[in-house]
Design a protein around this ligand. Structure first.
Ligand code: HEM
Length: 177
């Protein structure tokens, strides 16, 4: 295991075990909840793709996500607040600080995402790439062990997003007077 992968293993597990992600992995997300997740992903990728230089143009995700959203035929929600905080944080970064977040978000689709593709509502265009080995190689060429803290910070945002999506789509509403 590379030192970077080792340094992010605890947060990776934590993100993987988030109830919203577990539902997605079990193929139990409703089209509405998956649309909420896609809007979150679209916001993150659009921020990365319009503000920074990608290691490979083949990573670009916005058009693929739009196809998925179109296919779902549900009302498209606004991005959740945790996603907007992450996008605002990303916008405050310089190119070299944004790269750990590219590693986090694009490799998520290239690894775990390839399993997820078969479990989500619709055809999963977001997870479909032209040449996965080539994309992985272009990320491996730039990744640095020093990225660990920034990647873990990204995981904290991802965990908050899963938590918020769970509460928007599945948690019982608590009414107080
Ligand atoms: C059910 C959910 C998930 C599953 C099943 C999963 C599974 C995996 C697997 C099998 C790998 C490759 C491990 C290896 O090379 O041996 C991987 C790598 C990775 N995953 Fe996940 N993952 C999930 C969720 C996530 C999430 C939510 C993120 C972040 C948004 C994420 C980020 C990453 C990253 C950055 C790597 C690359 C690590 C490296 O090789 O340097 N994963 N994942």
């Amino acid at each position: 295991m590379t030192p970077l992968k080792h340094a992010i293993a605890v947060k990776h597990k934590q993100a993987e075990r988030m109830p919203f992600n577990v539902r997605m992995f079990r193929g139990e997300l409703s089209p509405e909840a998956y649309a909420g997740y896609l809007v979150s992903q679209r916001t993150i990728f659009d921020t990365l793709e319009s503000n920074f230089h990608l290691p490979n143009q083949g990573f670009k995700r916005v058009a693929a996500i739009d196809k998925d959203l179109c296919e779902l035929q549900v009302t498209i929600p606004s991005p959740d607040a945790s996603t907007l905080s992450y996008a605002n944080y990303l916008k405050s970064l310089k190119q070299d600080q944004a790269e750990p977040h590219m590693y986090l978000n694009y490799l998520a689709l290239l690894f775990g995402g390839q399993i997820m593709k078969t479990k989500v509502p619709g055809s999963g265009n977001m997870y479909a790439f032209e040449n996965i080995p080539d994309l992985i190689a272009s990320m491996r060429r730039i990744q640095r062990d020093e990225w660990a803290d920034e990647v873990n910070k990204g995981f904290d945002f991802v965990i908050d997003i899963f938590d918020e999506l769970e509460s928007v789509y599945y948690r019982e509403k608590v009414f107080t007077k």
